[in-house]
Design a protein around this ligand. Structure first.
Ligand code: SF4
Length: 187
């Protein structure tokens, strides 16, 4: 389990692989400082927002630690509603369904199945505007599933020394930009 990938890193990696290292370095501090950022939105809204709405239901599990042996992934699920066999990942605000959000749900899905839970549906929920997004299961979406597996492979093969950022728009939107020596911004 030494080289296990954190489920949140799937989102970080797609935004920018370098951001994984900053995210680890700053830990939860950044969550408090940048609650509304799309980038950190990838870390989830689990622990801070509206937990009691779900946790009082008897058939609902929240914030469960999970592990997926097949892909060597670790993390937490947000909400599993047993009587609906539904896995939900809440974000503070979803402006766009990024691939990284979907991959986080896939990782939770595979973990839950390995752990013996039945999952029939997965969805993202945007808290601020109260919108939900049904996501196809990996077996219903082969293209997305392939991208998910490729992303995991890329994370495992990633060489930070040879990485060159080519998209300045990402740096413009990056909360770690002031501290980053790979930034493409000049001032
Ligand atoms: S500033 Fe640019 S290169 Fe650095 S972590 Fe952010 S997006 Fe990546």
């Amino acid at each position: 389990m030494d080289d296990a990938i954190l489920i949140t890193e799937l989102n970080d990696f797609i935004f920018c692989p370098i951001s994984i290292y900053f995210h680890k370095m700053y830990g939860n501090m950044d969550k408090m400082m940048y609650q509304t950022s799309d980038q950190l939105n990838g870390t989830s809204a689990h622990e801070s927002i509206d937990e009691h709405n779900y946790s009082s239901r008897k058939d609902t599990i929240s914030s469960l630690d999970v592990f997926c042996e097949k892909y060597n992934l670790i993390g937490k699920i947000d909400i599993y509603i047993g009587n609906k066999k539904l896995l939900v990942e809440r974000k503070k605000i979803i402006r766009q369904v990024y691939d990284g959000y979907v991959f986080q749900l896939y990782a939770q899905y595979f973990s839950m199945i390995e752990m013996g839970y039945e999952v029939k549906k997965i969805k993202l929920h945007s808290i601020d505007d109260n919108k939900s997004y049904d996501i196809k299961l990996p077996e219903e979406d082969p293209i997305m599933f392939e991208k998910f597996e490729q992303t995991i492979e890329k994370i495992r093969m990633f060489d930070i020394d040879s990485f060159i950022q080519t998209n300045s728009e990402k740096c413009k939107r990056c909360i770690y930009e002031p501290a980053c020596d790979r930034t493409l911004l000049t001032n």
